[in-house]
Design a protein around this ligand. Structure first.
Ligand SMILES: [Zn+2]
Length: 369
């Protein structure tokens, strides 16, 4: 049992797990006893330094969080979501736990105060034994790379910076007139200048638009040129999830370098799209966890574990504060449902490192200050 899970596991939950799923536990232990293998020369590129994957084995990695978003982000997100849901005949969402949470968070704006955000990140790392956090923003979402760098320096917590263009409602307006080639070059520049360690979040909002398709192709090509892994945003639950993977594969991306995101929102007891994505070799993101949204996801995650797809699961909270909640709130619910410590350790500690580790094709740019 890992240290971070042991701290989180109370006696009742431990007895529950031991009593209910001893056979499953034995199987899961055997499967994951060896730990992941990484390609020779693979690193995890954080904003301040490159790590050997083994250096981040001491805790969980959260693959999709937000440490800074623009002051207008939530309003734009809410408006775009409402419009897309109405167009799909879906009822409005009251609120959700992620970056698009309606209304301003109460209290000080920690997303624009590096001291407060560093304190928040430090607290999360301690409460959840978190080894590394990925910031899923980029410039057009209001994420300033210098802010992220200051938070990493002040907190001492390894932070991976995302790169890319988010989705149609958020694109800079020149995207529609840029060629795929120009977007490819703009992405390469972002990767170099921001010392990005991943592409994400890269999204489609509803039906994939022509611009989104162009961006996805350009991201796929930039992956081939850099080896940076990719994680996505799906807007309307599950819509275009498989098509996102199709576009990347057509651009030469291997599925095991991709997380198709926000698939916890696709509530389906048969987890059929989820399984298709796993079978193709990609990761499935349950990445808005740790809150009121968890109940429908627990049986879906358990079904995927029982079907042998634990290697393909990625958990995070898509949060703008309280980053530990994937570990402190969501994992106990999975434990209560019978998930073993071994499998949860594998998902939280090994899977994100397998996803994030890449053999660089371009040198890391030296950044002053
Ligand atoms: Zn997000």
């Amino acid at each position: 049992m890992s240290r971070f899970l042991r701290q989180r596991l109370n006696r009742r939950q431990a007895l529950h797990v031991l009593g209910i799923s001893a056979a499953g536990a034995a199987l899961q232990s055997r499967a994951f006893a060896q730990g992941p293998a990484f390609p020779k020369g693979a690193i995890i590129r954080t904003i301040l330094k490159d790590y050997a994957p083994a250096e981040l084995a001491g805790g969980a990695t959260l693959f999709h969080e937000h440490m800074q978003l623009g002051p207008d982000f939530n309003a734009r997100f809410t408006a775009a979501t409402a419009a897309a849901r109405a167009a799909n005949g879906l009822p409005p969402i009251p609120t959700r736990g992620g970056a698009g949470r309606a209304g301003a968070p109460p209290g000080p704006d920690i997303m624009h105060n590096a001291d407060l955000m560093a304190a928040e990140v430090t607290k999360a790392a301690r409460d959840g034994n978190i080894a590394c956090i990925v910031d899923a923003g980029h410039a057009e979402m209001g994420r300033d790379i210098h802010f992220l760098r200051r938070v990493a320096m002040k907190s001492g917590v390894p932070i991976v910076a995302g790169a890319g263009f988010y989705s149609q409602p958020f694109y800079p307006k020149e995207i529609s007139t840029m060629s795929e080639d120009q977007i490819f070059r703009a992405l390469l520049k972002q990767v170099d200048d921001d010392v990005a360690g991943v592409f994400g979040e890269i999204g489609s909002w509803d039906e994939i638009t022509a611009d989104e398709r162009k961006v996805f192709r350009a991201v796929g090509r930039t992956h081939v040129a850099t080896n940076l892994p990719i994680f996505t945003h799906t807007g309307i639950p599950g819509k275009s999830a498989l098509e996102q993977l199709d576009i990347f594969e057509d651009a030469g991306v291997k599925p095991d370098r991709v997380v198709i995101g926000h698939l916890g929102n696709l509530v389906d007891p048969n987890v059929s799209v989820h399984k298709q994505i796993c079978r193709r070799g990609a990761f499935v993101g349950f990445d808005r966890q740790g809150g009121f949204n968890d109940a429908p996801q627990v049986p879906m995650v358990m079904a995927l574990i029982e079907a042998g797809f634990a290697d393909h699961l990625m958990f995070s909270a898509d949060a703008s504060s309280g980053y530990a909640k994937t570990v402190t709130v969501f994992l106990p619910k999975l434990k209560a449902a019978g998930a073993t410590d071994d499998v949860l350790h594998h998902i939280m500690v090994d899977n994100p490192r397998r996803f994030l580790a890449f053999v660089p094709k371009r040198p890391r740019k030296k950044v002053k200050g």
